[in-house]
Design a protein around this ligand. Structure first.
Ligand SMILES: NC(=O)c1ccc[n+]([C@@H]2O[C@H](COP(=O)([O-])OP(=O)(O)OC[C@H]3O[C@@H](n4cnc5c(N)ncnc54)[C@H](OP(=O)(O)O)[C@@H]3O)[C@@H](O)[C@H]2O)c1
Length: 303
């Protein structure tokens, strides 16, 4: 296995179409910009028109011929996810890569428009539904990829099937909730990979995490935590490299997980990293798949 990879070895992506959720900020923004530099067409899937337009204009300053299309999506609203998929399918006949990147962290208890606890609703369930709705396009496109962004926080994550959305009164913990959502991202990726391989489908499912990267993510966790975090973290660009490697490295294989090479995977070059064993738990992955189908009100059949 080669361990080194740089963006400079990536061939032109002209003619390819990518979707990046949360593409207006942080890791997503850097991912959109690098894909645009490589001449790809990139759909910036954002929840706010103004923030997305500003981000696109910022990229155009350094990549004047960037092909960036903004399509609005609110992952906290299932109608909006359905609408995004419809608008996308009306405009495009192919999808080379879907980057399930958008996320929220450590938010006080609140619910999505569909009544799901917010972090698990956006970080996992929204992306589960989006992937399901775009699956046909991914399948029709040769060698397409689905890259889902997890976190080191999956390590303290635990899936509580009896209380997945923290329905029990007083049970909510913003840290436990974030950990569960990020473990869900990995269980989903590895289950998706197994189902794709079983059916010999030409789509790769991979995961990535940025280590600690300076973005807007720590908004809800002000004060001491974000100051310490900023001290030790890397740039958003460096944080986007594991995503970009999972998406673009020709040698990357389905089922792989990329993150930074350094101490505790906080900083460094993008390499294959090992998740905790619980991320490979097949029973949990199956149960989570069923639960996600039930909550998003749509079967996700891989065939
Ligand atoms: N930064 C880190 O150190 C770190 C570490 C581990 C994992 N991660 C993961 O990296 C991913 C990207 O985060 P980031 O660090 O780049 O944070 P960020 O700068 O806050 O970006 C998050 C993006 O997600 C979008 N988003 C949030 N809720 C959404 C919704 N309901 N619908 C659509 N988009 C929504 C945000 O939109 P708005 O701009 O409109 O809010 C923003 O574009 C997340 O999955 C996060 O869990 C980050």
């Amino acid at each position: 296995m080669k361990t080194k990879w740089t963006l400079s070895e990536v061939a032109s992506q002209k003619g390819k179409v990518y979707i990046v959720t949360g593409g207006n900020s942080g890791i997503g923004y850097e991912t959109v910009r690098e894909l645009a530099k490589l001449d790809a067409t990139v759909i910036m899937a954002s929840r706010n028109q103004e923030r997305a337009t500003n981000a696109k204009e910022e990229i155009l300053k350094t990549v004047p011929d960037a092909s960036i299309d903004i399509i609005l999506i609110d992952l906290a609203n299932m109608d909006s996810i359905h609408n995004f998929a419809k608008v996308f399918k009306d405009k495009y006949n192919q999808l080379d890569g879907l980057v399930n990147n958008a996320g929220v962290m450590f938010t006080p208890y609140r619910e999505t428009d569909d009544g799901f606890e917010y972090q698990n609703g956006i970080n996992h369930l929204g992306h589960f539904l989006l992937t399901n709705l775009l699956f046909d396009q991914l399948k029709e496109t040769k060698s397409s990829r689905i890259v889902t962004i997890s976190s080191m926080a999956h390590k303290f994550g635990k899936i509580n099937f009896d209380n997945y959305l923290f329905e029990k009164k007083g049970s909510y913990s913003k840290i436990k909730s974030y950990g569960q959502s990020k473990l869900s991202n990995l269980l989903f990726t590895f289950e998706l990979d197994r189902r794709l391989r079983n059916q010999n489908i030409d789509i790769k499912a991979l995961a990535a995490h940025p280590g600690g990267a300076k973005t807007n993510l720590t908004r809800a966790a002000h004060g001491f935590f974000s100051r310490i975090f900023d001290l030790f973290s890397q740039s958003a660009f460096k944080g986007a490299l594991p995503t970009l490697r999972a998406l673009l490295d020709e040698d990357a294989k389905s089922g792989e997980y990329y993150g930074p090479s350094g101490f505790l995977e906080i900083k460094g070059d993008p390499v294959i990293v090992k998740p905790r064993k619980k991320a490979y738990n097949k029973l949990d992955a199956k149960k989570l798949w069923l639960k996600s189908e039930e909550l998003t009100n749509k079967r996700f059949i891989i065939e």
